[in-house]
Design a protein around this ligand. Sequence first.
Ligand SMILES: *[C@@H]1O[C@H](CO)[C@@H](O)[C@H](O)[C@H]1NC(C)=O
Ligand SMILES: *[C@@H]1O[C@H](CO)[C@@H](O)[C@H](O)[C@H]1NC(C)=O
Ligand SMILES: *[C@@H]1O[C@H](CO)[C@@H](O)[C@H](O)[C@H]1NC(C)=O
Ligand SMILES: *[C@@H]1O[C@H](CO)[C@@H](O)[C@H](O)[C@H]1NC(C)=O
Ligand SMILES: *[C@@H]1O[C@H](CO)[C@@H](O)[C@H](O)[C@H]1NC(C)=O
Ligand SMILES: *[C@@H]1O[C@H](CO)[C@@H](O)[C@H](O)[C@H]1NC(C)=O
Ligand SMILES: *[C@@H]1O[C@H](CO)[C@@H](O)[C@H](O)[C@H]1NC(C)=O
Ligand SMILES: *[C@@H]1O[C@H](CO)[C@@H](O)[C@H](O)[C@H]1NC(C)=O
Length: 600
Amino acid sequence: MGGYLWSSSAFDSKSGQVILVALLVMIASFYTGTLFGSNSSLYVSQLPSNSSSSSPGIPTFTNEVVLSYRTKPLSIPEAGMNICPLMFNEYIPCHDISYVKELLPKLDLSRREELQRHCAPLERRLFCLVPPPDDYKIPIRWPTSRDYVWRSNVNHTHLAEVKGGQNWVHEKNQLWWFPGGGTHFKHGASEYIQRLGNMTTNDSGDLRSAGVFQVLDVGCGVASFSAYLLDLNIQTMSFAPKDGHENQIQFALERGIGAMIAALATKQLPYPSSSFEMVHCSRCRVDWHENDGILLKEVNRLLRSNGYFVYSAPPAYRKDKDYPLIWNKLMNLTSGMCWKLFAQKVQTAIWIKQENQSCLLHNAEQKLIHICDSVDDSNPSWNTSLRNCVTLSKAQVESHKLPPKPQRLSEYSESLSSIGINQKKFISNTLFWQDQVRQYWRLMNVDETEVRNVMDMNAFCGGFAVALSTWPVWVMNIVPISMNNTLSAIYNRGLIGAFHDWCEPFSTYPRSYDLLHANHLFSHYKNREEGCLLEDIMLEMDRVIRPQGIIIIRDEELIISRIRAIAPKFLWDVESHSLENEQKKTEPVLICRKKFWAIV
Ligand SMILES: *[C@@H]1O[C@H](CO)[C@@H](O)[C@H](O)[C@H]1NC(C)=O
Ligand SMILES: *[C@@H]1O[C@H](CO)[C@@H](O)[C@H](O)[C@H]1NC(C)=O
Ligand SMILES: *[C@@H]1O[C@H](CO)[C@@H](O)[C@H](O)[C@H]1NC(C)=O
Ligand SMILES: *[C@@H]1O[C@H](CO)[C@@H](O)[C@H](O)[C@H]1NC(C)=O
Ligand SMILES: *[C@@H]1O[C@H](CO)[C@@H](O)[C@H](O)[C@H]1NC(C)=O
Ligand SMILES: *[C@@H]1O[C@H](CO)[C@@H](O)[C@H](O)[C@H]1NC(C)=O
Ligand SMILES: *[C@@H]1O[C@H](CO)[C@@H](O)[C@H](O)[C@H]1NC(C)=O
Ligand SMILES: *[C@@H]1O[C@H](CO)[C@@H](O)[C@H](O)[C@H]1NC(C)=O
């Protein structure tokens, strides 16, 4: 194979093959094609170096390529973590098709339960490092990546074949090109977004002037809608299942657009109630009218009061087939929830979620809807069944209107007071992270354009994301379900995020993030059961971070020294630093960098 790799070999006794795990050479460089003209320095590409054998002083790896599963107790080979075979380069543990196939007889397919998360039992989870695909390249940098990504990084032609005609994505030499189309916006997302702005403001303004700052895009395709909403400084959480339209979310993330795998089936989405000013479905292939409109009830839960439901699909404009019947059902269901059809134009219908208590109570009396029993709002929506009911909003929520962005970033939520965070603490936490993020940039010592997709794995009040808001990045704020529930407060600051349990892998593709931040995450999980041991969480971090991506870990000294000791077995470079924590005590901080290696 290519003589351009520094390599060390290991003999895989199982398959009898000689396997090499090698460090790829990164040369900050250029793309000599004419495509980007003088913009060529926007990103980094790899050039094969020409050294034919290993040079002195270059680390060599002894990791072996062996299909290995998580054992109890777990153990890491002396030679370092095993490497999963190449065919697992897109491994997503909780969306593993072969495991879901086994479950099929037990799943409710009419409600598409197969698209939801299904995590295999621990002993069936792979316990090896997920390798990059052949010819993987460090992703093209934002903002060029909005329009172009490396073809070999997302080696799936299916989407281009079925959606090329709708202008989603085209193949262009070594690249995928995203012209910004979608099934319902063949003429580009910008025009579509402008039309939605016109519809919500009687042609006088844009979506922002209609009060829209946070959007949930259901069945987002390659997330062009989200990409173009960024021009209005609107933050979008985009999701789609991992289904026949293969790898939509992988394309979205590779483009540098905030997205995750999720599905509307039988469980609530992992986002808090009243979080979005708009829920958008453009041909999102969700049967809203089925099952007594239970999925619309979920939209109702997620929408803020006076939020919009935007629906661009055939029932909104076609009179043939059974579309009129579906439309009538939708009208019945939405009016039952006291939504108002607000505008209807071209191929789009927009409803508004009105806060009209008397209407809801009236409809409940008429048995058109159920009112939810009051539930504890502090419970995260995680592994929670959908509820076929509508919640009466609390008076205080109604009276308080969130400010526009960027003022929203400093919004303090009353709900924080119940977990001991008063306004003063909140402000000092915000200032603390401003300072820490400055320190991080100094310690990471990377060009800021190298970082686009960021995850804060234990986000608390979102201070880290707020501090990053002036950089061209987006942050997925994760609130672990066993932590105090601060995710609503994070959304109220105009940020996006999700609940998650780090005892399970996250619903994303391998290599989707450029930067992970784990602030006291490991100590939080330190006394937990098998499945979220330190090594399990490190393995998941390694899966989710791209080659040469950065992982910032700060925690107790004992945990830090353990991570420092085993990081080389994960093929991470580690630098130790210390910073002051919020209590002004010195705390160890690790800046880890995943090496760029490949199976050759
Ligand atoms: C690599 O080296 C060979 C011979 O040593 C030479 O012919 C070739 O042009 C070199 N390739 C590059 C990319 O420099
Ligand atoms: C892409 O996938 C095709 C088969 O689907 C395979 O033949 C090809 O080698 C792959 N290319 C890369 C760069 O992995
Ligand atoms: C939106 O309204 C503006 C002002 O009336 C108009 O110029 C523009 O063409 C409209 N855009 C669309 C897509 O309808
Ligand atoms: C748009 O115009 C209609 C009718 O004139 C009016 O009822 C509605 O309130 C207006 N909407 C906005 C957002 O201005
Ligand atoms: C809509 O509701 C009306 C009155 O409640 C009922 O007569 C009609 O059958 C419903 N239509 C559909 C399609 O469910
Ligand atoms: C609220 O609902 C009631 C009953 O459906 C209706 O009479 C009233 O006009 C509505 N109020 C508003 C502000 O829409
Ligand atoms: C999710 O909830 C179901 C019951 O609704 C339960 O059987 C299952 O164990 C839960 N899964 C996890 C991972 O907590
Ligand atoms: C949650 O909040 C309570 C009440 O302020 C506090 O005592 C507890 O330590 C917090 N839990 C976590 C995990 O931070």
